[in-house]
Design a protein around this ligand. Structure first.
Ligand SMILES: Nc1nc2c(ncn2[C@@H]2O[C@H](COP(=O)(O)OP(=O)(O)OP(=O)(O)O)[C@@H](O)[C@H]2O)c(=O)[nH]1
Length: 345
């Protein structure tokens, strides 16, 4: 049986879409990214991860359901065993991980042949290149690497006459928030309701004195949408830390809930493919969580849990605090709109 032919005749088994396929040469960092992003592994613990030998699928349930399939680094598309058509035809994005601390010429050749297979099977696929492990590079080297890789990859695609390939490049590391931001950008492109969500957030900000608003998936800390005002990494970091603190405090002081493990992974193997279903049990199941905090610079952080595992996180100035009743009134409308979006699907 080929890699693409997993259970039930589906390329990925009975998993929800959209699907993300993660590829790259061995030791590039694919498993580490999945473990840190979706299984709450500490970045340093990834040092002990063993090499992946079989395709692994992780399924996540949030505002949208999505599955991430990691293919082992040694996979070779020229082998008859690999059914590229089946793998790529039903997937929304291909993430290709390049180890920026290593010589990357082989990676680029591998990436090029994979893009040809992927685009041939699915012309609408989003190619997302993670220039990974940039924590080991200086700021200048990072930008040089990004420029060089972008140039080489796009030149080769142009040589092949592929001008309409949707390809993006992200500098990433599991040791900071860059991996979360990059993954958020990947997932956002797969959300059909993204424009509606952004519009809703823009309207909410305009009418409530909110400076910046994010809609986060609480479990993975992927932000599924934000308003159109400029975003910087420190703001994103503050918001994700605030989510962590709020969830921890909520679990600590919940009266009717016993402490639960952070995640539960149901793993089973089927036809050589490991399938992991991640249940984000850190997300409170009872009353929606909410929290407000004032930073020393006067910025107010405000968090309200919305539908499914989503949380609205806003930054406001202290001048907005007298209007907090209005803000909460508007947020209720925002929540209703989200619920309707969710029902429409
Ligand atoms: N410095 C640094 N090291 C990383 C980063 N991400 C992963 N690593 C390290 O890279 C090594 C290989 O990571 P893996 O996740 O096993 O790589 P992989 O691509 O899954 O490898 P295969 O399973 O062989 O295909 C591990 O020692 C990780 O700790 C990163 O962002 N920065």
């Amino acid at each position: 049986m080929s890699v693409g032919e997993v259970h039930d005749g589906h390329a990925f088994g009975p998993n929800p879409s959209p699907r993300i396929v993660m590829m790259g040469l061995r030791r590039g960092g694919k498993s580490s990214i999945c473990q840190v992003m979706f299984h709450n592994m500490q970045p340093l613990d990834t040092l002990y991860i063993e090499s992946t030998t079989a395709p692994t699928t992780s399924v996540f349930s949030s505002f949208i359901d999505f599955a991430v399939m990691e293919l082992p680094g040694q996979i070779n598309f020229t082998e008859a065993m690999i059914d590229a058509e089946r793998i790529f035809s039903s997937c929304g994005a291909l993430i290709y991980v390049i180890d920026s601390q290593d010589e990357y010429i082989n990676s680029l050749a591998n990436l090029h042949s994979i893009i040809l297979h992927a685009v041939n099977a699915n012309p609408n696929i989003n190619i997302e290149v993670f220039i990974h492990k940039v924590d080991g590079l200086s700021e200048d080297f990072r930008l040089d690497a990004q420029r060089d890789i972008t140039q080489r990859v796009t030149d080769e695609l142009l040589d092949d006459g592929l001008v309409n390939v949707s390809i993006s490049f992200h500098l990433t590391s599991i040791f900071d928030h860059s991996i979360y931001e990059a993954f958020s950008r990947v997932v956002q492109k797969l959300i059909p309701q993204l424009a509606t969500l952004e519009n809703l957030l823009n309207v909410l900000c305009q009418h409530s004195g909110i400076e910046k608003a994010f809609l986060f998936d609480i479990g993975s800390k992927i932000f599924v949408a934000t308003d159109s005002s400029p975003m910087d990494i420190p703001t994103y970091e503050i918001c994700t830390d605030f989510i962590d603190i709020t969830v921890d405090m909520n679990n600590l002081y919940a009266i009717d809930r016993r402490p639960k493990p952070v995640t539960r992974n149901d793993a089973h193997t089927n036809n050589g493919t490991v399938s992991i279903t991640n249940r984000l049990e850190s997300i409170p199941q009872g009353r929606p969580i909410g929290s407000t905090s004032r930073l020393s610079n006067g910025v107010i952080l405000y968090l309200q849990q919305m539908v499914k595992g989503l949380a609205l996180v806003c930054l406001m100035r202290k001048e907005s605090m007298p209007k907090i009743a209005l803000v909460e009134y508007n947020i209720e409308f925002f929540r209703d709109a989200l619920e309707q979006l969710w029902l429409i699907g």
